[in-house]
Write a new protein. Structure first.
Length: 104
């Protein structure tokens, strides 16, 4: 089999991507806690109203972003598990083949 015909899976990248996406999810979820912490610093009511609008819009985008991060995390985790299982299955098949035929 030629070099260009091989599938190379970077398990370290998939594992670190899973961890990074979990960290991003945690950070996005934690932002809601800080919303009330900053309400008193705006001062003037017109600024407070504008910031409230901004925060509401951000909450909507943050929820959508969070959903996408969770979906992507699930896909990466599924890919990792699938490749690990495939790798194990191929290893076991190779061992069986070598055991029966006495090959390399």
């Amino acid at each position: 089999m030629g070099e260009h015909e091989r599938l190379v899976v970077d398990y370290i990248l998939l594992e670190s991507s899973t961890k990074n996406l979990k960290d991003i999810k945690k950070a996005l979820e934690g932002m809601e806690k800080h919303r009330t912490d900053i309400q008193d610093i705006w001062g003037h009511s017109s600024i407070e109203d504008k910031m409230s609008d901004f925060v509401s819009n951000w909450d909507n985008y943050r929820r959508e972003l969070l959903e996408n991060v969770v979906d992507l995390g699930n896909q990466v985790q599924t890919s990792l598990k699938t490749f690990e299982k495939l790798d194990l299955d191929l290893t076991n098949a190779g061992k069986k083949k070598r055991g029966k035929g006495g090959g390399k």
